[in-house]
Design a protein around this ligand. Sequence first.
Ligand code: IVH
Length: 670
Amino acid sequence: MSDPTTTTAAAPERPVDKPVEEMGVDELAAAVRYHNWRYFALADPEISDYAFDRLTRRLAALAPEHEALAELTGGADAGERVFHDVPMLSLDKAYDEATVLKWADSFEGPIVVSPKIDGLAASLRYDAAGRLVSAVTRGDGVRGEVFTQNAQYIDAIPKQLPEGAVAAAFEVRGEVFMPLPVFRERFEGTFANPRNTAAGAIKQKDPAKTALYGLDFRAYSAVGAEHETVWDFVAWARGLGFPVVESERVERDGVQASYDGWLARREALDYETDGVVYVADRVDEQRRLGATSHHPRWAIAYKFQGESGTSTLREIEWSVSRSGAITPVAIIEPIVLSGATVTRCSLHNLAILRTLGASPGAKVVAMRRGGVIPHIEAVLEPGPEEAVIPATCPVSGHPTEQVGDVLMCSEPHHCPAAVQGTLEYFVKSIEVDGFGPKVLAKLLDKGLVTAPADFYRLTVADLEGLERLGRKSAKNLVDGVAAARRLPLPRFLRALGIPSLGGVAAEKLAGAFGSLDAVLAASEEEVAAIYGLGELTAKQIKHGLETRADIIAGLREHVTVEDHALAPQGPPAVAERSDDDPVAGRSFVFTGKLATMDRKSAQKLVKERGGTTPADVSKTLDYLVIGDDGSPLLGEGAMSSKHKAADKLVADGAALRIITEAEFRGMVGA
Ligand code: IVH
């Protein structure tokens, strides 16, 4: 709702009492004014937020320009949570063809298949005049967050549909995502993945900043617009100018083939996918099936499983990390996943173990994606009994405690596993080789090393004879430690083993503050203000530095921490396009062999001048530069695939220009 000061001072009249659908414009306006007044002026609302939302939306649909809406200071504010008319549900999941076929037995008619885009579900509302009136995130499925202003800066979202194209208000749902080339080009290393980056992008306080993230959108369904089939919806939405998720229509015997097809194309897609979505094409069948509170019965996601398989959970092992966190690991009957035999699968933490319902004897789906540690994706059948959560730390024997989602050893500073893990991480991070787990365990056992600073006190005599270490190896270890008496600031920070303070954050801190003293003196707010860190990370870093004050002081007796050059802060610069500068704000892709420089230097030249260098040719590209060495533009050699793609785009009317290396050199003044 809105600012009370903008509502009329006099008490508005009580509106007529009838269903929203039957109210006329004047009645709706009266109701909106009255209930807004009760809410803000009297702080005594008579109707729910949801009911109020419906009134304003109905009015917005019938009379988008009505003054009563303007009085609400522009409707919902950015970030405000509003109800969805129809809840935005999740999808049921399948891991094999049989499950999909069984699901497909429950209805008649074809199936529409599309890739499951790993982005953010969004609801876009249009009024009867075809104007975008709100953009809202999925949120918890019942209420989402408003991002209407930010949506103005997502090119793929239509803001105004062609005149007369629609007759009534409706809602389109789809996925907002960051294209992979954009992520790789600009955010990899700064943010964890495209999805999180996109989530941050639509929350920008200054909506114009959303444009810097190059987000994209694909529609997949509509609410309030009647169609007989999903296939009809696709054609209708395309006709209105919506980019629609790519899809195909299949019969029961095409279920597996369509899955295989999308899996084969997965790497070539512009977005991350983790499966395909099957939807019953016929809307009458969708209505008949309905939904559970969690998912519609007319849709199912078949997760990509080239890297997953089913097995039986034998037992749960609890392993203690350097932070003292006790992590459950599922030991399963061996299965082969992407060529490797897997017996140990992460269960992440206590909360996830409980949500999954994992326990010995359970039938589970194990998954291994992108070379990461395998994890348990789902429990298909529970085991005979619940998992037993250890009451004491399996290493130190101290009582355990649950902190948030995680089971912890209550005495991590006195837990041998945690202490050894911390020390191991420290020597590895300061790049001293040779202190493997066995040597460390001995050193710990003898009380020779209990804190990081102790490494610097070790003598050849201490080490000789430990774990069959000869005099020479012992001397190498001591020399190795001596070489680490000067440490670059980022390396020192990272070696402290503070949660959230990995390599990337350490570089950022060093670049922002320049010296260890300045880092230690920085407030939580100052750390949070560093681009790409944020509040939660800042809190963890600040807390970590404070609780390690003794360790840091101990280390400073032996170690000189080098100052670091201050680095510019803020998002990667994207310059404005201008007529005076042919490079700033424009994008360049290179192909073929450059005759006068290597590709990296050419890209660097572009970036220095405020241009960008996307990974691939697209219709928004400004220039494709063909290297002069053996260039078809100069009458030699064959066209590269990028060149062919660009040629086709030009033929289709794209503004893209294909230029020679010499022309490029002229533009950058090289
Ligand atoms: S169809 C339940 N098609 O996946 C609504 N959804 O995990 C059926 N999603 O919230 C929607 N790609 O945001 C559909 N090609 C696609 C999709 C897709 C991604 C999302 C959707 C939903 C989530 C469920």
